[in-house]
Design a protein around this ligand. Structure first.
Ligand code: CTP
Ligand code: MG
Length: 385
């Protein structure tokens, strides 16, 4: 296979300005490491033939954990400065005789395909190109905390990466200025007299440098949970002979028991139906048919846990649960907090988001006559759009 276009991903820095234990490129942003995000953009582009990552020798394990499964070539060790790291990378990829190289900071995880494709087009046309952004603020030159002069911002741009060059030209330029310390490659290209074109960059392709940048990156990967649902569930069980009932998973001594196939926990059953209702996933009987002997005398936790799992599969978040238990006896008040805490554990939801209330029906109806217990539950669930 001819390897014409190589991406060189620089990941050998220490991330001092972020001051985290782990170098920033290995930090998780929305469940994916920053390095993996940067690599993925090039993996997804059909023009890029090879991705070579440059790492710090101490980071081998972090590298394996981040991108070890992607089938990339052996990582190359970087050097003391970014410029040293680039030179090591350029030397290492020489064996492939590439035509173009795209030098990219691993710390820029949000490069988009459109920018990359524009660069590919521009470097083939002009031989060197980088994405850059216009400056919006007025730029001041300062001397001893006092303004010395104001620059004409019409001529000022912020340079981003990837920076794309003819391989031979940039390799020679890097060799020639090996002992300088430039913070980007187009500065070296400039020094060597190469003409570097700019294409319009995007603000999203920022470099994660500070804590604010990391917070911004995390926010960008957060899903919008705009699909808010309310689910409702109702359950009734009749009293039978016995000496306790189970409500909200809590065993409460009583002169009677509740009749049912499972443990007859009306509270958990009502919540389960509310959760299933919010995701329109049928009811508890659909998932656990009472006709199936498997569910005889089981702890009702498993029903609710199943409903919670279905929500998780839809990447949803259970936000709140509110239950009303309707009965004359047993008295619910003394057990209310244990029920809340047990329900919060089953759902893995903060106890502050679980409410349990009780009411009588003033001796009216089947609950008033002590024939059984009824529970109503509502839940709010947020789903990603
Ligand atoms: N880089 C590198 N080798 C170095 C220094 C930096 O490969 N010796 C890489 C970084 O990993 C980063 C990119 O170059 O992806 C841009 O550098 P920068 O943002 O300065 O990262 P760090 O040097 O890691 O951060 P800091 O300067 O805050 O220490
Ligand atoms: Mg640095």
């Amino acid at each position: 296979m001819i390897i014409k276009n190589i991406a060189l991903i620089l990941a050998a820095g220490r991330g001092h300005r972020l001051s985290k234990k782990t170098p920033k490129q290995y930090l998780d942003v929305g469940g994916i490491t920053i390095l993996r995000r940067a690599v993925n953009v090039f993996l997804e582009n059909p023009t890029i033939d090879l991705i070579q990552v440059i790492i710090h020798p101490d980071d081998r394990d972090l590298y394996e954990a981040a991108v070890g499964d992607l089938g990339l070539p052996e990582p190359v060790h970087g050097g003391k400065t970014r410029q040293n790291s680039v030179l090591n990378g350029l030397e290492a990829i020489g064996i492939h005789f590439p035509e173009y190289v795209y030098i990219h900071d691993a710390a820029r995880p949000f490069l988009d395909q459109k920018t990359l494709n524009s660069l590919i087009y521009e470097v083939e046309k002009s031989g060197a190109a980088i994405p850059a952004l216009r400056i919006k603020d007025t730029i001041k030159c300062i001397n001893k905390e006092t303004i010395d002069s104001t620059l004409d911002r019409d001529y000022l741009y912020r340079a981003q990466t990837p920076q794309a060059f003819r391989y031979k030209a940039i390799f020679m330029a890097h060799r020639r200025f090996e002992n300088s310390n430039f913070t980007d490659d187009s500065a070296i290209a400039e020094k060597a007299g190469l003409k570097v074109r700019i294409i319009e960059g995007l603000e999203n392709n920022f470099k994660i440098t500070t804590k604010d940048d990391l917070n911004k990156a995390t926010k960008m990967t957060k899903k919008d949970y705009t699909d808010v649902r309310i689910g409702y569930g109702l359950d009734v069980h009749a009293f039978d002979k016995g000496d306790h009932v189970i409500l909200g998973g809590i065993k409460i001594p009583h002169t009677r028991a509740l009749k049912g196939h499972s443990d007859a926990d009306v509270v958990i059953h009502a919540i389960t139906d509310a959760v299933l209702g919010a995701i329109a996933a049928g009811d508890i009987g659909d998932h656990f048919p009472p006709s199936d002997p498997k569910w005889k005398n089981v702890n009702s936790d498993i029903f609710l846990k199943h409903a919670v799992k279905l929500v998780a599969e839809k990447k949803g978040i259970i936000n709140f649960v509110d239950v009303t238990i309707v009965c004359e006896n047993p008295k619910i008040g003394p057990h209310r907090d244990s029920m809340r805490s047990n329900i919060s554990k089953i759902i893995n939801l903060d106890v502050e988001r679980v409410s349990v209330k009780a009411t009588t029906t003033e001796k009216l109806g089947f609950t008033g006559k002590g024939q059984g217990i009824m529970a109503h539950a509502i839940t709010t669930i947020k789903l990603p759009e």
